[in-house]
Design a protein around this ligand. Structure first.
Ligand SMILES: [Zn+2]
Length: 332
């Protein structure tokens, strides 16, 4: 991805626009339920705002809900990864074949020097079609690039610099991909979480309204919400690891006050370490390439401390490990 915004960040298909608009309706509905004007604005700026782009906009574009529910993470390195992109983006990379995307036919490289461009050749209804990196968002179905597709180009690609990678940052990792409706349901779930836990919105009231919005969506024939869309208020409000409310700062578990660390006065970057209780997106089962796991029931907000303690393990593995550690220290 290198360092710039993802390629074609401001280009959307009709489907992309419809999905983002649906999420905006969810955000507006929550905003309408927040009583105080100052809090309405706070919700909108921090969580609810939608940026009509693939990457949730530069800087303070879209809110946290758009970034976490709808977009894959930004990634660094000499690779064609997008610096955030929609999770239903049609071109993914994987180590092995996956059942939710068709392999492309081959990769070609066109252009000279700083204009070199990756071209993805795919088969669509028996016809060979070529998509340059800035057009792959228009692919009509999902395709996957596998290790053998890169093979003939490795010697060239290993010399590519940040500029070239930025111009070709057009794929997403299969493990973070999902279908549009998975992303929308995660958006709806996390939006209800934020509304009730941080903005004092009545749970039953907002829950019923969001379910109706999902039921009435006209984007596709698919019936929403899914059967496993949670309905218990605690499932929305509590961290899946420590079971405490997501608005709890976990302050009581810190014995000494956190000491100050030096920050360069000429830089605006945030401090590297966040607050223990700040909310991060948490996958109850670790993401893998062969199965879509970014979907409702498997994604929640969790405290930063809890989420980091899980690393890339499942909740069950984490709890078993915690239990082992406690026994080893004779705490239980
Ligand atoms: Zn927690």
């Amino acid at each position: 991805m290198a360092k710039g915004r993802t390629i074609s960040a401001n280009f959307l298909t009709d489907l992309d626009k419809k999905v983002l608009k649906l999420c905006e309706i969810i955000s507006l509905t929550i905003k309408s339920k927040i009583k105080n004007d100052k809090l309405k604005k706070d919700f909108w700026d921090k969580f609810g705002k939608i940026s009509l782009s693939r990457d949730a906009g530069a800087g303070r574009g879209g809110g946290k809900l758009q970034r976490d529910a709808l977009c894959v993470r930004g990634r660094q390195g000499k690779a064609p990864y997008s610096n955030r992109n929609l999770r239903w983006h049609p071109l993914v990379v994987a180590a092995k074949e996956i059942n939710f995307a068709k392999p492309i036919k081959r990769i070609e490289i066109e252009g000279e020097d700083s204009l070199e461009t990756l071209i993805f050749v795919v088969d669509i209804n028996g016809n060979e079609k070529r998509y340059p990196s800035d057009k792959v968002y228009e692919l009509p179905e999902r395709f996957v690039i596998l290790p053998h597709h890169w093979k003939d180009h490795i010697n060239k690609l290993k010399h590519w610099d940040d500029v070239l990678w930025t111009q070709n940052s057009c794929v997403i990792p299969a493990m973070e991909a999902c279908e549009w409706w998975h992303a929308v349901e995660v958006y709806a779930f996390l939006a209800i979480t934020v509304a009730v836990e941080f903005y004092n919105v009545n749970f039953r009231d907002i829950y019923e309204e969001i379910i109706i919005i999902l039921k009435n969506q006209q984007i596709d024939q698919i019936s929403l919400p899914s059967y496993n869309f949670p309905s218990n208020e605690d499932d929305f409000r509590n961290c899946p690891v420590c079971k405490r409310p997501l608005s709890d700062t976990l302050e009581e578990f810190r014995i000494a006050k956190r000491s100050e660390t030096w920050q360069p006065a000429w830089s605006h970057s945030k401090r590297a370490e966040g607050e223990d209780g700040s909310n991060q997106i948490l996958h109850i089962e670790p993401l893998i390439e062969t199965q879509i796991r970014h979907k409702v029931g498997k994604v929640k907000f969790g405290h930063r401390w809890c989420n980091i303690a899980m690393t890339d393990h499942s909740l069950d593995e984490t709890l078993n490990f915690f239990e082992y550690v406690l026994k080893a220290h004779k705490k239980i």
